[in-house]
Design a protein around this ligand. Structure first.
Ligand code: DAH
Length: 343
């Protein structure tokens, strides 16, 4: 017992003299003295060898020893932390900092936002819909009944679990959802991602983005459609841009037209992008087919409407001269950082 007490006194001396200047040394102290296999635990284990009548006195000595070691640990910790603070105070705050790389908006987001901004100024609201659609909203309601040959215009991803589900092939499905919920007047644009089962190349991808527009009211005419889209391209590309409409076919519009603009890459003189025609197709459009209106209980004798749909990738290509669709989804910083500063 006496021997033990002497040993504890020696340990106390050792602990008292312990010095530490780093967090690592403080941790080493903790492990050596206070850890699960540390000295304090070890000494405590001696209790069982102490005769019963001396247990109380020895217990007191042990507790004191433990407290002593713990207090030392706390003070060592405080000392090193305070030293750390002085280290911080010694930093020269006038030195230039390390630059933080700030991300940029994705070019497709930039252009989509610009598109939304332009149509908003014309009074269009913005609507979104699900990317996993049912057959009715993507095809049926838009006047593409089953077995309609025009379904082949858009190679579709179907979802195994349910033959009625698919990845929407166009944002026209959102038109359907809007007409289902709202009565005319309807003036809405629907930006979103769409999917088609196509082999990926510089000119095609299995997904891309569209902005669709729909305007249904009394007395909406093809002239309104033309003027709206002409305003849009002028805002997007500048006053000099020229447009032309070509008759086309979409099951959900009648009459239908595709709109070309003068090539923004070569200015109309002919290049690879415009296939040397001077014109680039940017959208499909037309007067909403009466059957589509009637699908939603909208009286097609009273109401007419126009609709259009365009690809955000295409508009971005023309605006920023991006020549490969794959660049949009490769996340290559060398490509993306060129758009720093664009809004
Ligand atoms: N949905 C068509 C497509 O994806 C684009 C389109 C054409 C949308 C004419 C329309 C429209 O709303 O009226 O190719």
């Amino acid at each position: 017992m006496e021997q033990l007490v002497q040993q504890i006194a020696n340990y106390k001396q050792e602990i008292g003299a312990f010095e530490a200047t780093t967090a690592e040394a403080v941790e080493a102290f903790r492990i050596k003295y206070l850890g699960t296999k540390g000295l304090v635990k070890q000494v405590m284990g001696e209790m069982k060898n102490v005769p019963n009548e001396q247990k109380k006195a020895f217990g007191q000595i042990l507790n004191e020893f433990k407290e002593f070691a713990e207090n030392k640990y706390t003070s060592l910790k405080e000392q090193t932390e305070a030293a750390g603070d002085t280290h911080i105070q010694q930093i020269d705050w006038s030195l230039p900092g390390d630059p933080v790389a700030v991300g940029t908006r994705h070019p497709l987001s930039i252009v989509r936002n610009q598109m939304i901004g332009i149509f908003r100024r014309l009074g269009f609201a913005v609507a979104e819909g699900p990317e996993i659609e049912d057959d009715w909203h993507n095809f049926g309601a838009m006047n593409l009944p089953e077995d309609h040959p025009a379904r082949d215009m858009q190679d579709t991803f179907y979802i195994h679990q349910n033959p009625d589900w698919l990845l929407r092939t166009h944002t026209s499905s959102v038109q359907a959802r809007i007409m289902e919920q709202q009565k005319p007047p309807i003036r809405v644009i629907c930006p979103g991602r769409v999917y088609r089962n196509e082999t990926i190349s510089a000119r095609a991808h299995c997904f891309f983005h569209q902005v669709e527009g729909l305007y249904v009211d009394e007395n909406v005419s093809f002239a309104d459609l033309k003027q709206t889209l002409y305003f849009f391209v002028q805002e997007m590309f500048g006053r000099e841009v020229k447009v032309r409409f070509r008759p086309s076919y979409f099951p959900f519009t009648e009459p239908s037209a595709e709109m070309d603009i003068s090539c923004q890459i070569c200015g109309g003189s002919g290049c690879n992008i415009c296939k040397h025609t001077g014109w680039v197709e940017i959208l499909g459009s037309g007067m909403v087919h009466p059957k589509v209106l009637e699908n939603f209980g909208i009286d097609s004798n009273r109401y007419t409407g126009f609709a259009f749909g365009m690809g955000v990738e295409r508009i971005t290509q023309l605006k920023y001269q991006v020549n490969d669709l794959r660049l949009y989804s490769q996340n290559d910083v060398r490509f993306l950082k060129q758009f720093t500063g664009a809004l």
